[in-house]
Design a protein around this ligand. Structure first.
Ligand code: FSO
Ligand code: SF4
Length: 519
């Protein structure tokens, strides 16, 4: 196996014996083969957008470790190809062992050796961006929203990757078009979420727990949370959010359930301790899933594209076993509030007070915006984001989003006028909100986004973050700081282009970055 698609990649260069995420070589081979199948299906012209999204999302970091489910997707794709009379990387009748063998043959290390790190790295940049687009498209699809432009781009990009190897310039151009699709799909998802659940409103969330039976919901899928809240209404079970589900508390149509009582635990990488300590049942709706500990694996359930061998997988909305496990588990025997956090500062809420914000900038009360967001993870170097947030002057506001917010929670105190200094805009896909706010501010001040008193300091982890980054680059946003380390698939030549065209830069040390931003 060889995989370098996420930030936790072994040694910062690539996982070649087993995944730092827990992905074994056979699972890596099956995922690699599944990706080849998606390319062939896209090229065949088969009407298979939902399949492509499921398959691509399945190959995203920390999503699915279940060979059986990946084999089933490979077979489904091979059947589509047979029906279309198109060539397939694998026979419909192949055994799982034969699929693993076929997957090893398309391992990325062979391509890097053949094409070199620049071209192979650019191919992967595009592939990861497309995976992120597909993941967000699936989120929107389960809420009943699709976009011909987004679906068309996914098919086009996969077909492009299946065709003759283009030069570096062609690959970079396609990656930037992937950023355009990333923007479109984030807007689609924003519309899907807000149409169904209302515009997020600023609201305090209790961090902690209450006495009683309990279910913890992690991942990003608001539709799953809504279905669960409906299914458990009046049952005396308290529902808590975890990780990227925290922003759910800002949506009126989710907040209205009195048994959505609060938030428990931290970012996704805290799940080993959070899930072990949680005395109820746990549902993982999307990434990021870590190989579970035995102490809670009998209380853990997956849904959607998430999977792990031995962990029950529930079809959408079929929460019976999860509810039964919650009723069987002891639940909390006491109550505690360990903190409070304000959510709900999406584009609607922030632009609703645009005059106040603009007035504060004009009067000098609000000097700068710093967006500190993206992904959190256990890898070293992420203390930078906490330290930076704490070091910012009191007249600088912080926008945050994604699970990267956990690095800044509790670190940005105070208010600027009527607004808190820390504005939580939502999940990673709500980068769309930040883009919309930045665009509106730029218009109000009659300048370009790059001329705003706004600095972007991003933390990346997996492929959705690649999509968000490409969306920003597609918009021509410059001077983005990225950390905690640059992606392994970014070759020195690719970095040079990113620096020359976009002035992308790695995070440095807090004090020098702060001085550079203040200048
Ligand atoms: Fe985080 Fe995981 Fe949302 Fe990612 S929970 S790391 S970028 O999947 O999608 O921010
Ligand atoms: Fe390694 Fe990340 Fe790939 Fe897992 S997804 S094998 S941790 S690079």
């Amino acid at each position: 196996m060889f995989c370098y698609q996420c930030e936790q990649t072994a040694g910062g260069t690539g996982c070649d014996t087993t995944g730092a995420c827990g992905k074994r070589p056979d699972i890596a081979a099956l995922q690699d083969l599944l990706f080849e199948v998606t390319k062939a299906v896209a090229r065949s012209g088969a009407a298979a957008d939902a399949f492509l999204e499921d398959a691509l999302f399945t190959t995203v970091t920390n999503v699915n470790f279940d060979a059986g489910r990946i084999v089933a997707l490979i077979r489904q794709g091979a059947e589509m190809l047979a029906e279309a009379g198109a060539a397939s990387p694998v026979a419909v009748t192949a055994t799982p062992e034969e699929m693993v063998a076929a997957g090893h043959l398309v391992s990325l290390d062979g391509r890097i050796a053949a094409l070199g790190p620049d071209v192979a790295g650019l191919q992967e940049l595009l592939a990861y961006g497309v995976k992120g687009v597909a993941a967000y498209a699936r989120h929107a699809r389960v809420l009943g929203r699709t976009s011909p432009a987004v679906d068309g781009f996914v098919r086009e990009a996969l077909t492009f990757l299946a065709g003759p190897v283009p030069d570096a310039g062609g690959l970079l151009a396609m990656a930037l078009r992937c950023g355009e699709a990333g923007l479109q799909v984030m807007e689609l998802l924003d519309g899907a979420n807000t149409d169904r659940f209302g515009q997020p409103e600023p609201a305090p969330v209790t961090i902690g727990w209450r006495e009683g039976k309990a279910i913890l919901v992690s991942g990003h899928d608001l539709a799953d949370l809504a279905d669960l809240l409906e299914a458990t209404a009046g049952m005396g079970i308290n529902v808590y959010t975890h990780g990227e589900m925290l922003p759910a508390h800002g949506y009126p149509e989710l907040r209205k359930y009195p048994h959505l009582v609060g938030h428990y635990g931290g970012a996704w990488q805290d799940q080993l301790k959070d899930f072990a300590a949680f005395p109820g049942a746990i549902l993982l709706t999307t990434n990021c899933l870590m190989p579970p500990r035995a102490s809670y694996s009998d209380r853990l359930f997956t849904t959607g594209v998430v999977g792990f061998p031995g962990i029950p997988h529930l079809p959408a909305g079929a929460f019976g076993p999860l509810i039964a496990a919650a009723l069987e588990a002891p639940g909390f025997t006491d109550a505690r509030e360990t903190g409070r956090h304000m959510v709900g500062f999406g584009h609607h809420a922030v632009l609703g007070v645009a005059d106040t914000v603009i007035g504060a900038v004009k009067s000098g009360a609000l000097k700068k915006f710093v967006l500190i967001g993206g992904c959190d993870a256990a890898t070293t170097g992420r203390g930078y984001y906490s330290d930076l947030a704490e070091a910012l002057p009191a007249d600088w506001a912080v926008l945050t989003l994604g699970c990267g917010k956990y690095r800044v929670l509790g670190r940005v105190e105070g208010t600027i006028g009527p607004l808190p200094r820390l504005l939580d805009m939502g999940q990673c896909n709500d980068a769309f909100s930040a883009i919309k706010v930045a665009g509106a501010l730029a218009q109000a001040f009659g300048v370009g986004v790059n001329e705003l008193p706004l600095h972007l300091v991003l933390s990346w982890f997996e492929q959705k973050a690649v999509t968000v980054l490409l969306a920003l680059l597609h918009l021509g946003v410059k001077n983005i700081r990225i950390g905690p380390r640059l992606p392994a698939f970014v070759s020195p030549a690719m970095l040079q282009v990113l620096v020359e065209q976009f002035n992308v830069m790695p995070i440095g040390d807090v004090q020098s970055d702060l001085r550079a931003m203040a200048a």
